[in-house]
Design a protein around this ligand. Structure first.
Ligand code: CDP
Length: 224
């Protein structure tokens, strides 16, 4: 189904991948798709409905009765749940604590991956997540894995003023059966511990050029 450019950016919690993916998409003037926000939005809906994130049967029953609409707003992916905007709640403590449970449910992943793939039907995009290069778009030649040391990642999250036990999420995300967080074989790994966002974006752009993608300095892109 894919017929547009997909630049896959994966990595563990607080590795800087969101800031990098957003900046890269802006630089290339293409869509930024945040798949973590999709798992977070579903988690918010589950928690707000009083359902345990560990009760996969109840979660799937709820999702069967839920209208999830993915769209585009101001150059980014956007999700509405039964017409409501979950954005203000996506980084809440409750969502942080439950999102990795929701993300282990294979049927939830299947439904969200279907929605993620639809973006590439219409848009060139930078898509950020945990399994984009390994499972959602394994055929894209443009795969990046952004990492940083556990200390730096913890510090970045604390600086955002967020309560988020990232090591627990990392463990759960890396050990789940369906589409765990792994480094895709052909991904280019960047350790962002001592790099700025612009530094990482610059490295990615250099790599994309090496791979034959034509990126002009005036920011427009012509496929090779
Ligand atoms: O805040 P952070 O950047 O660490 O995470 P996120 O990208 O917002 O993703 C939140 C959670 O969603 C992750 O911890 C995963 O459990 C799940 N997720 C996933 O399983 N697959 C994706 N493609 C994206 C996120």
């Amino acid at each position: 189904m894919e017929n547009h450019l997909v630049i896959a950016i994966d990595g563990p919690a607080a590795s800087g991948k969101s800031s990098v993916a957003r900046a890269l998409a802006r630089r290339l003037e293409i869509l930024y798709v945040n798949t973590g926000a999709m798992y977070r939005a579903v988690t918010w809906h589950v928690v707000a409905s009083g359902i345990s994130s560990k009760d996969s049967e109840a979660v799937l029953k709820l999702l069967g009765e839920t209208r999830i609409v993915c769209g585009v707003y101001e150059g980014q992916s956007n999700i509405l749940i039964n017409g409501a905007d979950p954005n203000p709640y996506l980084l809440s403590e409750e969502v942080n604590a439950n999102v990795s449970n929701i993300a282990t449910i294979p049927e939830v992943r299947r439904q969200l991956v279907d929605l993620q793939r639809v973006y590439a039907v219409d848009f060139d995009n930078v898509m950020e997540g945990r399994d984009i290069g390994s499972a959602v778009f394994p055929e894209t030649p443009y795969k990046f894995y952004i990492d940083a040391s556990p200390e730096v990642r913890l510090m970045r999250r604390q600086r955002q003023g967020l309560q988020d036990s990232i090591s627990a999420r990392d463990r759960q995300d890396s050990s789940r059966r369906t589409s765990p967080l792994i480094i895709a074989e052909d991904a280019h790994v960047i350790d962002s511990s001592h790099l700025t966002i612009d530094g990482v974006v610059g490295e990615i752009i250099g790599r994309l050029k090496l791979k034959g993608l034509k990126i002009l300095d005036c920011t427009s892109r012509i496929a090779a």
